[in-house]
Design a binder for this molecule. Structure first.
Ligand code: NDP
Length: 289
């Protein structure tokens, strides 16, 4: 079997086109467009690259987007005050705190200060709670991008074995809830699964496998069940190349569908951020209620 490669750039373009239409429609209905603010602390090069792609996508979709860069030595207190000011500003509809943040900043504590209705990354505890209950359209961006890739295959999750490797707060944990909401049978593997020598066994069960660890070629092609859908979230720099967590060449001979790295999940993630921003705008304008 030779897998169909899931083209993240093409999917991203398709989703951007649909959001662009929605923003044009909202402009008529609400008399304005979403205004999103990304708060970045310091100027880390990879963070700047992500912010640039956010700006490009926002411009294409027709959203207003500002990057606020704060000094690397800003105190937590001043940062919270800054976020609170954005919360109180009715012209701002979406706020995000760009990762990574310096070690002296508590990301979760500041993220929880973002008004839940303006939380465009879906990181506020209130939104995480609502997501578990299926009660919000503001969904953490990377898990949302994974779901878009799975949906694009046409494979139905109901009754399928979905195996996630990695249980981080931003990827594996929220993703497990989204898969469960579609009636997949969900297994979440992590470091202790590997330590117990059970990672290969669980992966072998997966009809749908999602790997989000950050270790190059952790998952070998011959561990994968014939015909599985494989979504590789990992981004690892190896020399001058970027690779995923799955051994791509061998995996594509087993899988039915597989995302490449780069060009798989990444390009869709940034569109999900904009989608959340649009949902936040709709919440504040009481559109769709
Ligand atoms: P974290 O480091 O927060 O989480 C990694 C997870 O992998 C942890 O749950 C860890 O378990 C688990 N893990 C580590 N080693 C093993 C192992 N040998 N076997 C099984 N599980 C293991 O990373 P993130 O979730 O933030 O990111 C994961 C990857 O996805 C990274 O490469 C990151 O760059 C990429 N990424 C890509 C995005 C995109 O849009 N494409 C967005 C976000 C991340 P434990 O905590 O128990 O040690």
């Amino acid at each position: 079997m030779m897998a169909t490669i899931l083209d993240g750039k093409a999917l991203s373009q398709k989703l951007q086109d649909s959001l662009k239409k929605e923003v044009a429609r909202l402009k008529g209905e609400a008399g304005g467009v979403p205004h999103l603010v990304n708060v970045m602390i310091g100027k880390e090069p990879s963070a700047c690259a992500y912010a640039n792609s956010q700006k490009r996508v926002a411009e294409y979709i027709g959203i207003s987007y500002d990057l606020e860069t704060l000094p690397a030595n800003i105190t937590q207190k001043d940062l919270v005050a800054f976020v609170k000011k954005l919360d109180a500003d009715a012209s701002v509809h979406g706020v995000m705190l760009h990762k990574p943040v310096p070690a002296h900043i508590d990301y979760r504590a500041v993220g929880n200060q973002i008004d839940p209705s303006k939380d465009m990354e879906g990181v506020n505890v209130a939104n995480i709670g609502k997501m578990i209950l299926g009660d919000t359209k503001i969904i953490p961006c990377t898990p949302a991008a994974v779901m878009e890739h799975i949906h694009s295959t046409g494979v139905l999750l109901r009754g399928k074995e979905a195996v996630i490797v990695g249980h981080s707060e931003i990827v594996g944990k929220p993703l497990s809830m989204l898969l469960l909401a579609e009636y997949a049978t969900v297994t979440v593997c992590h470091i202790a699964t590997s330590e117990a020598g059970k990672l290969t066994e669980h992966i072998g069960w997966a009809d749908v496998l999602i790997v989000a660890v950050g270790k190059p070629a952790l998952v070998k092609g011959d561990w994968i069940k014939e015909g599985a859908v494989v979504i590789d979230v990992g981004i690892n720099r190896v020399g001058d190349r970027i690779v995923g967590d799955v051994e791509f060449e061998s995996a594509k001979r087993r899988a039915s569908f597989i995302t490449p790295v780069p060009g798989g999940v990444g390009p869709v993630t940034v569109v999900m951020l904009m989608r959340n921003g649009i949902e936040a705008f709709k919440l504040q304008k009481r559109i769709g209620f």
